[in-house]
Design a protein around this ligand. Structure first.
Ligand code: ADP
Ligand code: MG
Length: 683
């Protein structure tokens, strides 16, 4: 029989059973074989009968000592048998399975797996699975697969049918993966993988098998994605970077790079060296130090005679970046400029002129950077910060301002990296997976309003230590007058009441940009103790002296937003705190706050966010239609996805149509999978 044959060709699958499988979506031998276990039970450890304890699940090898007998009660048929392994004996009971009486023979050795319970002071085995100790074991005495079982099916039936299918395929399972890929990535053969995913010989075999199957599944997807996006990094870059001497800028930074930053930097540099157009996403948790990488990359562009642009989502953030870039670059005589909508007309015109003449080498701004009016002299590098705040279209528009400049995109974690790999399938991805040294965990608490007194005392205590605090009040809509009034009166109340004597200011969306800017600057200088902000717009704000973040109505924020907010504190080496205030009693709200209190890891949080909301909701739409995987798990298999991506790129760029002899088998497999299995991938 062939893998593509109907399951009717499998031994012991008759019409009725085939129909049941049909209802599970299993029509062919191949479908059956790719019905992967949802879990495994390790039944390979044999326990002596004398060591059994009530409540545990065990595997025992024993002989039938007393012929099985069936007893009928009013409601049940109970089959019982006594087994012994020489260390002791135990009664086995099965309910409503009278046929078992005839399947177990006196004196024969079997292995049994099941739960041990205590009944009237005696241990008994409850409905254990059993198998002749001499037969090939499928259900006991080994690592046993556990499948999703619909009604009228049983684990035993599925295990048996899959085993028959595995053994019945003529010539086993042909290899389609090119040899060089198998070797390079230490992948086991397909034959090994398919067998061991169902009936692993041991843990190691299982991990090998799973790795191979996940690899295949993700590779098919990635190849397909590359084909779909059709724009691989094969474009030669016009931007010539020859000078890689970054020691001057490194010594100006004021800190040494973390290993993670160094790793990502070397990836960027190797992109520059390759001579292809760089198209790289940098993912790094809040506070991981993405800005420093933007600075170094911009420095490289500038010393090689090109302009670099950094686009940020808000005026406030653009201004903050501008200040730090200017501070860093002025000693080198590299001119920085800023372009935001908040500038006066004259300031803007001057900036346009300096940008188009090439006088400014580094230009920082907001959406204002992509307006038609702006012309760049020679754009070598474009960087977007907090990319998740921009659409893909805006990123493209920025690139189009130059002649295929290098592209660097930075984002914190609202997109789990796993999904980023898929959604940004056309980009290379670097991850800063380490925070600068000395960072402490931000202690996070979820409280309700009854804690207010203590909260204010806490603010006062931190301020007395010379630290600063944020209070975030969410507003559903920035132009909601009622909400704004309540925030303003709250601010007044604190000023005149419980926090009197502290320097308090409020920023909200209705302020003019320069008013906002002034407040943010005085907060950064330490002239304001408590900053009340109505919005979460101030992503990326960096005031390392702030040590306390209070979020009012925390239930109104998603997890990723809360994590971003919390990332405003804990940016120095001192202990910081985050207090999430919420009176909400809903389960989801509680769960979210609990997750926030439990971890500081943005990757964990965004993945939890994803599981709580589902990928569709996560992006606010259901349009992304992420494929459903049979075995790969986007949350767990990130490393494999990374490997697969490079293989996919190698294969695709070397042999776009998969025409070579080596790749041709792979191609028919992909074709098969994409025509029959993954029906819709829309990106
Ligand atoms: P984000 O990744 O959230 O954009 P930033 O780039 O704003 O983070 O960096 C957060 C803070 O960490 C800044 O104050 C920055 O100066 C500091 N920082 C960045 N890299 C390092 C490092 N390697 N060692 C010490 N401090 C660092
Ligand atoms: Mg940042």
């Amino acid at each position: 029989m062939k893998a593509s044959d109907s399951i009717r060709t499998v031994k012991n699958i008759g019409e009725a059973r085939a129909k049941q499988f049909g209802n599970m979506g299993i029509e062919t031998v191949d479908d059956l074989i790719s019905y992967y276990p949802r879990d495994y039970e390790d039944r390979s450890v044999i326990t002596p009968v004398s060591e059994l304890e009530a409540g545990g699940t065990y595997t025992v090898k024993g002989r039938i000592m007393r012929a099985p007998e069936a007893r009928r009660t009013r409601t049940l048929t109970v089959v019982s048998a006594v087994i012994s392994d020489g260390t002791g004996s135990i009664v086995c009971v099965w309910f409503n399975q009278p046929y078992i009486k005839n399947q177990l023979a006196l004196g024969i050795e079997y292995s049994f797996t099941g739960r041990v319970s205590e009944r009237m002071g005696r241990l008994q085995f409850e409905s254990p699975d059993y198998e002749s100790a001499n037969a090939v074991s499928l259900n006991t005495g080994r690592i046993v697969p556990v499948y999703r079982v619909p009604a009228k099916m049983s684990q035993k039936i599925i295990r048996g049918c899959i085993k028959d299918a595995l053994d019945g395929v003529d010539g086993g399972f042909e290899e389609y993966m090119p040899r060089y890929v198998l070797d390079e990535h230490s992948l086991c053969s397909r034959e090994f993988a398919v067998r061991n995913i169902h009936f692993p010989e041991n843990d190691e075999a299982f991990f090998k098998a799973r790795r191979r199957l996940v690899f295949d599944e993700l590779l098919f997807l990635q190849l397909r994605l590359l084909e779909l996006k059709g724009n691989i990094c094969s474009k030669k870059s016009r931007v010539k970077i020859n000078n890689f001497d970054i020691s001057p800028v490194l010594s100006q930074l004021g800190f040494g790079l973390t290993n993670a930053q160094k790793k990502v930097l070397s990836e960027i540099i190797s992109d520059f060296k390759k001579g292809c157009v760089m198209n790289r996403l940098i993912q790094g948790d809040v506070g991981s130090g993405k800005t420093a990488l933007a600075m170094i990359s911009a420095y490289i562009a500038a010393v090689n005679g090109y302009q670099a642009v950094l686009m940020a989502p808000t005026d406030v953030l653009a201004n903050q970046h501008f200040k730090s870039f200017e501070r860093l670059f002025s000693p080198f005589g590299i001119k920085c400029d800023i372009l935001t909508s908040g500038l006066k007309k004259k300031e803007k015109d001057d900036a346009y002129r300096r940008i188009s003449s090439g006088e400014s080498k580094i230009i920082i701004g907001t959406h204002a950077l992509i307006q038609d009016r702006v012309e760049y002299a020679d754009l070598g590098l474009v960087i977007t910060d907090e990319q998740h705040r921009f659409g893909v279209r805006q990123r493209e528009k920025l690139s189009e301002k130059g002649d295929e400049p290098h592209v660097l995109v930075m984002t914190a974690t609202p997109i789990p990296r796993t999904l980023a790999l898929i959604l940004y399938g056309d980009m290379d991805i670097s991850v800063i997976d380490e925070l600068p040294p000395g960072r402490q965990k931000i202690d996070t608490f979820a409280v309700d309003h009854s804690y207010y007194r203590r909260l204010y005392a806490f603010i006062k205590k931190e301020v007395a230590k010379g630290r600063q605090a944020y209070i975030i009040c969410p507003m559903i809509e920035e132009n909601d007058n009622a909400e704004l009034r309540s925030v303003l009166s709250y601010t007044q109340e604190l000023k005149n009441g419980i926090l009197t004597g502290l320097r308090i200011a409020c920023v909200h969306g209705r302020l003019k940009n320069d008013e906002k800017q002034d407040i943010m600057e005085s907060f950064a200088r330490g002239d304001i103790d408590v900053l009340i902000s109505t919005t979460a717009i101030e992503v990326g704000i960096n005031v390392p002296n702030a040590s306390l973040m209070i979020v009012e109505n925390a239930e109104r924020f998603g997890l990723s937003a809360l994590h971003q907010l919390r990332g405003r504190v804990g940016r120095g080496s001192d202990k910081s705190y985050c207090v999430l205030v919420s009176d909400s009693k809903t389960k989801l709200a509680k769960e979210r706050l609990k997750i926030m209190c439990g971890t500081n890891d943005g990757f964990v949080i965004s993945e939890k966010d994803l599981t709580l909301r589902g990928p569709g909701d996560f992006f606010g739409t259901r349009q992304h239609g992420l494929p459903e995987f049979k075995i790969a798990n986007l949350y767990k298999d990130i490393d494999i996805l990374g490997e697969v991506r490079s293989v996919a790129i190698d294969i695709y760029s070397g042999d776009k149509e998969l025409k070579s002899v080596e790749n041709s088998r792979l191609k028919s497999e992909i074709y098969e999978i994409f025509t029959s299995k993954i029906k819709k991938i829309c990106l």
